[in-house]
Design a protein around this ligand. Structure first.
Ligand SMILES: NC(=O)c1ccc[n+]([C@@H]2O[C@H](COP(=O)([O-])OP(=O)(O)OC[C@H]3O[C@@H](n4cnc5c(N)ncnc54)[C@H](OP(=O)(O)O)[C@@H]3O)[C@@H](O)[C@H]2O)c1
Length: 327
């Protein structure tokens, strides 16, 4: 199969499109022909080996997985002998190391594809959508009628967070920059704050839940707008710390919040699980959530997609047409 392989950590230039062996099929897994993928900050961490904490998963001295990529949407081409929930020909989506390749071998992080999405749209969902779902439902424990502030509402995770918070019955305020204000409003946000003009930290409104995706505000600023029994969920943060990345900042903010007796959820890394992909599929098919795609790239242009990701300020997701329009 063709795949984007890398033998050392580095910038997108270290990626090489090569012919390699297809992954083996496990007895309890399925082999998926990948039609589409998308890029996530996670792929950037795996590519560059930074922050160094990421090397626990990416590999200590050199890349452990060889093939880059995580999100996929495709068709089941073979099933292991113990598999009962999937059959050959099923259209599926999920997350697995090696998704920038023709095939992935998957066990758990997979579900049937939302029937109303193309493969490219479906590939935009897994990592960003499940992160948003777990931030709101599991960490934030959002309930209908609560006020939710999404700081960083227009990117991959943010566009799902706004829509999911609305679907879960919240009153949502999204924070983003000028070019994305109309998109965030169209996703259903009740209020949109343009951070180049309005500062939510001094606006005087309080929120029951803050989902901090941009991670650029101090605890002192956030606690001013968090209601007395409110919760802060930290999803992302500054990439300035080469050792632990956003995690250092997130842990720091949790520690300084202790004397204030407010709930700051433990920093988390989303685990992509089948049941959460099924929950998202149902919300997508019900018309409550739609992936936002800034741009599609040909498979050969994966390095360009990663460079665009590295520049930041995306509107939604960047998707990759892995199968070259075959599907
Ligand atoms: N914990 C987890 O499991 C998990 C999973 C996925 C991602 N993440 C992390 O979450 C973060 C975001 O991921 P993503 O895929 O959504 O990235 P992204 O697509 O680049 O989105 C970043 C968002 O931050 C906003 N932003 C940038 N500067 C801002 C500012 N000064 N004030 C307010 N918002 C600002 C951007 O808005 P504008 O473009 O309008 O500036 C955009 O909405 C990354 O740090 C990533 O590593 C964590």
């Amino acid at each position: 199969m063709k795949a984007f392989v890398y033998d050392r950590f580095g910038t997108p230039e270290v990626l090489d499109l090569r012919d390699i062996e297809s992954p083996a099929l496990a007895d309890d897994g399925v082999l998926v022909r990948v039609h589409a993928s998308s890029v996530n900050p996670l792929d950037w961490h795996m590519l560059t080996g930074t922050p160094y904490l990421a090397r626990a998963q990416a590999g200590l001295r050199k890349p452990r997985h060889g093939v880059l990529g995580t999100d996929f949407a495709g068709t089941v081409e073979a099933v292991g002998k113990d598999v009962t929930h999937f059959g050959i020909g099923d259209d599926v989506y999920g997350a697995r190391n090696g998704a920038f390749g023709d095939y992935v071998s998957v066990r758990k992080s997979i579900a049937q594809k939302p029937s109303n999405l193309t493969f490219e749209e479906a590939a935009a969902v897994p990592v960003a959508g499940v992160t948003a779902l777990q931030a709101l439902r599991d960490k934030g424990k959002v309930t209908p009628g609560q006020t939710v502030l999404v700081n960083g509402a227009s990117g991959g995770v943010g566009t799902f967070t706004v829509q999911l918070a609305k679907a879960l019955g919240a009153n949502v305020t999204g924070v983003c920059s000028t070019p994305h204000v109309e998109t965030v409003r169209a996703l259903g946000a009740d209020e949109v704050l343009d951070y180049t003009r309005d500062d939510f930290a001094t606006a005087g409104k309080r929120y029951d839940l803050i989902v901090d995706i941009a991670g650029n505000r101090s605890w002192a600023e956030l606690k001013r707008v968090l209601s007395a029994r409110g919760t802060l969920v930290i999803v992302g943060g500054p990439k300035t710390n080469r050792w632990v990345g956003p995690l250092g900042d997130a842990v720091g903010r949790r520690l300084v919040a202790i004397p204030d007796r407010r709930t700051v959820a433990a920093p988390f890394i989303a685990a992509i699980k089948g049941p959460d992909l099924v929950a998202l599929k149902e919300l997508i098919e019900a018309g409550k959530v739609t992936p936002v795609v800034e741009r599609r790239y040909d498979f050969a242009d994966v390095p360009d997609a990663l460079r665009r990701l590295g520049k930041g300020h995306l509107e939604g997701k960047l998707v990759i047409d892995v199968a070259g329009g075959e599907a």
